[in-house]
Write a protein that binds this ligand. Sequence first.
Ligand SMILES: *Cc1c(COP(=O)(O)O)cnc(C)c1O
Length: 379
Amino acid sequence: MSTHPHASPSFESVPQLDLAAQYAVIGGEIRAAIEKVLASQQFVLGPEGAALEQEIASLCGVAYGVGVGSGTDALVLALRACGVQAGDEVLLPPFTFVATGSAVSALGARPVFADIRPETYNVDPAELERRVTPRTRAIVVVHLYGLAADMDPILAFAKARRLPVIEDNAQAIGASYRGRRTGSLGDAACLSFYPTKNLGAYGDAGMVVSNSKELSERIRTLRNHGQTAKYFSSEPGWNNRLDELQAAILRVKLRHLSNWQRARQASAAEYTRLLNQVPGVMPPVTPEGFEHVFHQYTIRVERRDALLQFLNERKIGSTVYYPYPLHLQPLYASLGHKPGDFPHSERAAQEVLSLPMYPELRREQIARVVEAIADFLKC
Ligand SMILES: *Cc1c(COP(=O)(O)O)cnc(C)c1O
């Protein structure tokens, strides 16, 4: 901190994410957990992974958890266990991280996009009904930014059509919807422990959680080469296992997650309180009955790209999640979509901006971010 009487605090940088601030607090606990695994010399499919599976399942309010190598692995395995095969169609929103779509493509299935609701950025249940066909085999719902999708109408639609629902819960661990945790709402849910997620490992890791014993057992087999007994495979699988070091690190961080979640929610409330006085900015909304966990605090503004540049010049980190909806990326050129096909997703991609958000974010940093946004909107 500068002691110069006229030093402007506006030159202090505010990062978008500050994992070093977290490590400064929990480093000792983490190193002890790593030491324990090193002493055991058991690195794959051991007690840490098994304990983490139980703890995460219990956090999500379901019976089973199966640790896997990443959130992407979790999606591929959950889709496969739900019966998705080459040639099938899978419904999903185009406004998401690419993995939601590439998991479908990895199985040779075809993503069929359904637009989002502009105010929550999550899939519009009415859009699912519009896009379903006789070839639809499953629905992937994304709880974007830490807010659950509107699950009741989605689940009613899925039930009527006998379609499995897979939650992409990579961004919303700990969130809830009408008193139920995300992860417990669909047939299976996929978690990512990518380092920047609300519960982040020190490398790649993920999990599938479910109340279905059958589905969980199938995924447990698939993640380990389809082996139902040692060196005896019942079907072709792969190596999608979660390792013990990551599991041990995640178990330490899990003990802090509810405090971190409260800190994120307090920061979000402070942002919203201040931004409500700044015309031209739309803060994120949390509908009645939803608990948002603010993986991102994402605003909507018209001159988004200019604001992003303005903030970065003031050393304020901000990021666009996500600038290109899936249907307009070269990856899906073969689907033949064009601009205008999913207008709410396209407009969101042009207008969203995620502001600094992490548990250690301080009130004065939030004030500085909002002050910069207000300055920008004045010019
Ligand atoms: C992070 C993320 C994934 C992929 O998880 P990885 O662990 O990086 O493979 C999938 N979907 C969404 C919405 C994500 O944010």
